[in-house]
Design a protein. Sequence first.
Length: 474
Amino acid sequence: MSEKKNDKEQMMEKIVSLAKRRGFVFPSSEIYGGMAAIYDYGHYGTMLKNNIRDAWWKHMVQLRDDVVGLDSAIFMHPTTWVASGHVGGFNDPQVDCRKCKSRFRADHILEEFGVSADKQTLEFINAELDKLRAVGKLKCANCGSTDLTSAKTFSLMVKSNIGSPTDELKEENVVYLRPETCGGIYLEYKNTVDSLHLKLPFGIAQVGKAFRNEIVARQFIFRTREFEQMEMQYFLHPSVMKEKYDRWKDTRWQWYLEYGISESEIRWYKHEKLAHYASEAYDIEFNFKALGGFKEVEGIHARGDWDLSQHSKFSGVDLSYFDEKTGKRFIPHIMETSVGLNRLVLMFLDHAYQEEKAPTADGSEETRVVLKFDKRLAPVKVAVLPLSKKEDLQKVAKEIWNTLKLNFQTEYDETQSIGKRYRRQDEIGTPYCVTVDFETLNDQAVTVRDRDSMKQERIKITGLEEYLKEKLAE
């Protein structure tokens, strides 16, 4: 058990170190000591995240005729979260260590002892904690103390206020930063139908920030207090729920396979204990090396008609749908796909990270770290590298870079030795490096190096752009 934990911790340390060193992810506000579980995305992290987002959007919206887009506001009318049940019931069970003041999620403590506390009552959780306490197994993971509190309710909602700061204590001025993005979709369901004249079944998709006041937000960018969700709410008649649910499960599963994740690295997790409004719920889990096992990256849920019914009830606005074929009105049911964009960034980093033996210039070997991203997701597609800083090589290299950058995310790098520059591009996952050497001045050709195989090929400058297009499309 400890050996596996050490392997997990070492892998996480390697990924966190690489992410910071190479400009993927930084601790937020680090010069002021940082903020727990809040991160900033650097140059390469932003491009990777955007590429993942665009890949999701392409499959969910661009390639379909039954899903449209939305970008709803983070702030919504406070009654939104009363209607959805978040104000009254969006919380986690919290346990405190009286000695070192550390906080823990009680359900996570129980999971370590094989007890599932998913959606269980506080009474059940405290009963299970008492069993562990009685045999001396309930200990603080930080200091080892057995002086832990009972579980209590911890609200995940993040409060804010709109208006004058002097009014912030008035309940009517309290607003919440949205804990999930789907709320905005429900509120704009009617406007979307009315403006686009949509017919059931159809979906509304969006990407946006959400906020949760997590008790313990660790595991790097896997669980944070500020994060991005990519959600799609599919509105339909209940008679076709089973058919559409199974189809969307297959669609989302295939998306992971298309972008390089193997069948052995993901699995389905079926929720046995469902929310009162749900009829079925599955998660797609990825086997994280850095987290030591399978963890959720996406949820696919059959939510019934509860969401629109609640908002219709609390707002007084009719959100029913009129079926012209049957002449009847009904509240549409909802099938949801919800994926954490930040979790996908970590998933693709975890999946792509490899350490390999690589030859050096003197014929020996060294270990290279390489991120073998799917080429479509790689932050930089092509790096242009003059062999030296000689002016004639720089001139040709700059001309090539200026041409390639019009069609590819391209980087120009002339610092340090060519070997170190190759390693730098390996660590950010660049599929192809184009080296301009002294022979280029004679044969008008460059050396193209493949990230994965490290094989090099001589390509004429006149055919370079077409060559790279073909390679990046493979």
